[in-house]
Design a binder for this molecule. Structure first.
Ligand SMILES: [Zn+2]
Ligand SMILES: [Zn+2]
Ligand SMILES: [Zn+2]
Length: 322
């Protein structure tokens, strides 16, 4: 049973999915995502696998409760996919060859277009949760895609800010950020011919990295083949730097922020955001009272200093990382 419940105090939907309590823990000796499991093809490069415990589905599941005008309830109409990055159980994103990551970018794009064409879908969120500290139950390298019947609140906020900036200045907010970051250069950690990776001025996490396309693009749909390749390259660089930072497979949340799938959003600009929970090798940042209850992030580090640290780390593979 799953539904969306309206919170009238902050005007946001909450997705409840009580069936997800039955989700498996990390399997000890069997992995459904490994070839030979019977759950996935015996041969694949990258692969879309339907989430066994979806928060959204078509047709949507029965809600657990009936809403009213005050406590509104909406059906969890949507789709949840698992994106398998590679058949090898132990290869994480930074360990994959760029040619292989290009296949992943193309799969993201193909699935984005399919979901965009699906009735009732308003937003397609492509993301990855990596590492046990983020609560990942399956160690096999994978990301996910959620197709939402609404625009998630954080994206709504970005869209509103971008719309207002466009109206006032007649320019794209994200293009302006890019220009400012590239002019100063202090927070840039890597750059290739089509993308710039940097720790934003307003970073909430010590090692929060954003990747902006230098061309003004709304979604993966507008990518050229050369940009697919450049994106694969810079994603590999950023995640390699992460792994080399503390010589460990570095946990993170990675989200592709794209324009919504219905309507026109010419002021929005494609970017990727990484939120790693580590603030040092053995210390994690928690979303405590001020973050969770007030919405203000306390970042105990300077973006400029952390960017210098990441910039100095070569994006090449170190020896076997734990
Ligand atoms: Zn596996
Ligand atoms: Zn732009
Ligand atoms: Zn964003």
């Amino acid at each position: 049973m799953t539904e969306l419940r309206w919170n009238p105090t902050v005007c946001e939907w909450v997705s409840t999915a009580s069936h997800r309590q039955g989700r498996p823990q990390m399997p000890e000796d069997w992995c459904p995502f490994c070839p030979g499991s019977g759950r996935v093809p015996d041969n694949y490069d990258v692969y879309i696998y339907p989430n066994d415990f979806p928060a959204f589905a078509i047709p949507p599941p029965e809600p657990a409760i009936t809403g009213d005008d005050f406590y509104k309830v909406r059906l969890s109409h949507g789709q949840c996919d698992v994106v398998l990055y590679h058949p090898d159980h132990r290869s994480s994103l930074p360990q994959l060859p760029i040619d292989h990551i290009v296949k992943l970018v193309r799969l993201w794009r193909k699935r984005f277009l399919e979901l965009k064409a699906t009735p009732g879908i308003r937003y397609v969120l492509i993301f990855e949760n990596k590492g046990a500290v983020i609560g990942v139950t399956m160690p096999h390298p994978h990301g996910q895609i959620y197709a939402f019947p609404l625009i998630p609140p954080r994206l709504e906020k970005e869209l509103a800010a971008a719309r207002a900036h466009q109206r006032t200045h007649k320019r794209c907010l994200f293009c302006d950020i890019l220009k400012k970051e590239r002019r100063g250069g202090r927070r840039i950690i890597a750059e290739n011919d089509a993308f710039t990776a940097f720790i934003p001025f307003y970073a909430r996490w010590p090692f929060e990295v954003h990747i902006f396309s230098r061309r003004h693009l709304g979604t993966l749909e507008a990518f050229r083949a050369s940009e697919e390749r450049s994106l694969a390259e810079i994603v590999k660089w950023v995640t390699l730097k992460y792994d080399n930072l503390y010589q460990m497979s570095f946990p993170y949340m990675m989200l592709l922020h794209q324009a919504p799938t219905r309507g026109q959003y010419p002021y929005f600009h494609f970017h990727i955001e990484f939120y790693p929970p580590h603030r040092s090798k053995d210390k994690l940042k928690y979303l405590a009272s001020v973050e969770s209850g007030a919405g203000t992030f306390l970042n105990d580090s300077l973006a400029e200093e952390k960017a210098a640290e990441l910039r100095a780390i070569p994006p090449v593979r170190a020896a076997e990382l734990a």
